[in-house]
Design a protein around this ligand. Sequence first.
Ligand code: TAP
Length: 452
Amino acid sequence: MTTTQVVNPATEEVVTTVELVSAAETDAAIERAQRAAVGWREIAPGDRARLLRRFAEAVDANLEQLAQLEVANAGHTIGNARWEAGNVRDVLHFAAGIPERLLGNQIPVAGGVDITFHEPLGVVGVIVPWNFPMPIAAWGFGPALAAGNTVVLKPAELTPLTAIRLGQLALEAGVPEGVFQVLPGKGSVVGQRFVTHPAVRKVVFTGSTEVGKEIMAGCARQVKRVTLELGGKSANIVFADADLERAAATAPYGVFDNAGQDCCARSRILVQRSVFDRFLELLEPAVRGVRVGDPEDESTEMGPLISAAHRARVASFIEPSTKVAFTGTQPDGPGFWYPPTVVLPDAPSDRVLTEEVFGPVVAVVPFEDEADAVRIANYTEYGLSGSIWTNDVGRALRVSRGVEAGNLSVNSHSSVRYWTPFGGFKQSGLGRELGPDAALAFTETKNVFIAT
Ligand code: TAP
């Protein structure tokens, strides 16, 4: 039996030990899910909806426990962790509206009636990263279950605790055995079986672009459906006509939330040259003011990084030649801490401008005009999110249409609502999660013609 130690990133103490699922156990779970799929798709829509609602209520009743688990396992601030558990509840409530609204079409044809059905795929495998263990899991399993699929879910090896608890809560809520199974294990073992086992009909993967490409290539062998949510290098574009005070005061939270371990992190701040120096003057106190520390403290705004190895990777972006404009604070003592860090890159090809840091490091660069801003924003393989700060509505819309990214916000840094679509352009991903069409990513459209 293989086990893994779960470590609290804020204290470096071992929280617990978790047994890892083997390849043979993964196969057995997939086969259970395949058997359970027969009954699950036959459950009356209203009953499936009711079970999802009960699952949501069980999450709500255990919200504080789930949040505390995430604080201990992932070092998330308690405020964020509560939001994340609440997001799972809300995604499930939203999903509970799906079974009774999975509408097909009746299409006019000669000589008969033509109708379409949205059929479930069967078993769906969901592979989750360590940065947002709860919401990312729910964005996959909520609509997948609602559409009549069964789900096998692999949490990241570093952060399995909340997923394991969600699996228990589903059973307690009455979701039948085998319909939703959580399989803690290694990506190379459990995740790979999702890709290679023919009974898994779709893989939803969130994680690095590098692993996402391997998953996609593996799935191609069986023409297996994939949704990919990958990395980002998003731009926060600040025009001279914007409310500079607000843009500067909020910019740290657009990138340092979750210690920058966020695929939507606005890790490049593009500032119109005429206000560049003024913006940096305003940004400095905002960055120094970010409260970094004990994630259990209600007033903390940023916690630690997930692991020592990840901290070393983040630190590698700051080379001796890197121009660091200023940094925020970090606590002393144990924990994988890294301070909020603002850098001024020399060239567009600087690693800190082209690669995803996935930590609290932001690069600030000047631009000349609207066209230049869009050009720089798009100078990346990624295209997940971004922000545009301006008081000119026409410009806000023009730049929104020009930036190649799936999730943009104007005069704010919001990316995620469970009822709006989420996903990336270019190498940030494939397909969309959440939003009104969430369930359609977990169905096949079937057309039936009936001669009359
Ligand atoms: P990855 O190393 O890509 O891991 C993500 C998940 O995939 C983990 O559960 C991992 O398992 C599993 N995995 C690894 N290799 C696999 C393989 N060969 N086959 C199947 N599964 C495999 O990413 P990470 O380090 O956890 O997360 C950080 C990265 O994810 C960042 O680049 C970030 O941008 C991206 N990310 C993107 C998004 C969105 S929404 N676009 C959200 C979060 C994160 P283990 O447990 O073994 O690691």
